[in-house]
Ligand binder design. Sequence first.
Ligand SMILES: [Zn+2]
Ligand SMILES: [Zn+2]
Length: 325
Amino acid sequence: MSTPETETTSVAAALPDYAPVPESSFGPALNEQGYYVGRVERNLYWVTDGVYQAAFLTTQDGVVLFDAPPSIGHNLQRAIDEIARANDVSNKVTYLVHTHHHADHGGASSLFGKDVVRVGHEETRRLLLRDDDPARPAPEETFSERRTLEIGGERIELAWHGPNHTPDNSVVHFPEHDALMMVDIVNAGWVPVYVVNLSDDIPGYLGMPATALTYPWKTLISGHLGRLGTREDVILHQQYMDDLEASARSALDSVDPTPYFQKGGANLWAGVKGYLNAVGEATAAPVIEKYTGVLAAADVFTPDVAFWLMESIRLNHGYGLPVHP
Ligand SMILES: [Zn+2]
Ligand SMILES: [Zn+2]
């Protein structure tokens, strides 16, 4: 008879082995409470639990918090308290700025109560009203394209560059801190996940790194994983996506659909699935080989990203969909 423990062990034993994560993809060690807080520049700080990231500015008018991931949860205030105590400034969160509406980046919002001024894109407001999650009150202060916040003597520039990861995903530029917060686009040191980093609009997603590079900044707060990013991280991510796109086009040119539809016969979906899975695998293979040891988890998530990028190249660009003669 199997106990829960032996069952756990046997499930783990059956899971695949992956390439080791490059040391450079990791960030600083977490403290006993499970977070790390560090300075980005002057009074701009970032907090991570190793998987998610938030940021905050200490100002004369209290603390401005950027995103509130539930996985960091109560450690957000602990991190703020730690910094406020050390610098003898207010620890009261007075503003909460959302990058986008997703619960995994905003689900700790209600911890900061009703008196906080919540700021977000107008679509963030619409989507949060729709989702009606008591953990994520909709922002009252919104913007459509751009908005500059002047809070306690600090300048914060919010900008929306069109739909990408989500319809509302916006960037936060800190011109006086040489930093950019752009969440769920580039995972510094790591590959994107699943459907091209769970993107609602893949062409919009693909354009965001170049948009990010039009801003002057030195530090990227990417919303994920354990370290901050650099401009080199964004350029490496662009190369990875460019290589995948080139590989998808050559896979669409070279994989012969005939055997998959022969085998599928009257079951057309079986033929479609067999063929497109084969194109996805052919897309991923050379890119996994090139980026293993360069970007963490290249062997874990490149097959998913490759498949959905290839689908976007077919459906958005019409590549590999010739008109019947
Ligand atoms: Zn998201
Ligand atoms: Zn995310």
